[in-house]
Design a protein around this ligand. Sequence first.
Ligand SMILES: Cc1cc2nc3c(=O)[nH]c(=O)nc-3n(C[C@H](O)[C@H](O)[C@H](O)COP(=O)(O)O)c2cc1C
Length: 367
Amino acid sequence: MTATRVREKEREREAGQVTFSFHSFHSWIENKPGRPLAAPIAIAPMAMMRLAHPDGELAMASAAARAGLPMVVSTMGTAALEDVADAAKAAAAAAGTATATPPLLFQLYVTRDRAFTASLVQRAEAAGFAAIVVTVDVPVLGKREADERLGFALPPGLRLANLEGLADDGDESAGSAAGGAAASTTASVATAASPGSRLAALFQRNIDASLTWTFVAWLRTVTRLPIWVKGVLAPDDALLALRAGVGGLIISNHGGRQLDGAPAAADCVRPIAAAVRRRIPVWVDGGVRRGADVLRALALGADGVLVGRPILYGLALGGVGGAGAALDLLTGELRRSMALAGCPTLADARRVVLLGPGETPEVSSRL
Ligand SMILES: Cc1cc2nc3c(=O)[nH]c(=O)nc-3n(C[C@H](O)[C@H](O)[C@H](O)COP(=O)(O)O)c2cc1C
């Protein structure tokens, strides 16, 4: 490093600034050198955002685009994926960053109706999505007892916009399984003749619970987009994913919403990163609430984090402004945490030594 560069870094450190020279996510998903992201933070896929705010997915995508961060858009959205892509582009253009619109990734639940899944993936590709993220930890929905008790359904007027056209043999159409005529109001569904969660019923009827790694080869026949996998916790699964040719991994236990007793995603980062050896990017989600949590994830070996609920709460409170404020808080905290830990760059963040309870710093053998 030149003396000038060293001085530059010193100045950054003094000013409490950090440089996000973070290319890996962008370049990997685009399969070419990409533009840096504003931070190693992406919005986790979350279903039905119009339950949180009337502007739902459109507001979330706008907030992500303004912040220069990627968003993973759920199959189970209440806005069509094309409309979400348009909202992101419009927000980036309004913010003067149209040439650097951060990527959108499409989160895929693989339905038994493969023709429908193929058409969904191709719609995402046509709409400019940068990658397909297949969620593999929901062969069946976890038992959500409150949803069962309340007979969860979307209120009237809201629809699972991406699932329209799915041939569903249930007692209501896929779109209306969570809204529409058959489920007139959440309250009336709670006392309806067919009790239970309509979302769980929709999953049970339509999601392919028998998925194996061969789906990666199949997906490749219907799209040229990179294929990522979300919901891996075991190093062996990470290696199987690598062998199957996935472009990236998201370590996740679905926010603790699926299998009781599953390990914390953060605890799985180190072994998976060690197994993967940086051959593909490894991201993690679950419980990232503060900038220091992002720093810890990087120090454990992750390339970045996805954040779900905190940003959803921001959306619920203030629409696009609320989601944007939550993202600003998080990226601001990350910058501050990195500065406090003496990390001018993300590469430095990855070298931070984390101490467990009772552990003390040791002299590095490199000095
Ligand atoms: C309301 C809600 C809806 C979700 N919907 C999806 C989904 O459609 N697809 C998916 O892969 N994960 C979904 N998830 C899981 C998140 O992507 C993420 O793995 C989890 O929330 C952990 O991140 P967090 O602790 O920051 O919320 C959902 C989570 C929440 C809270």
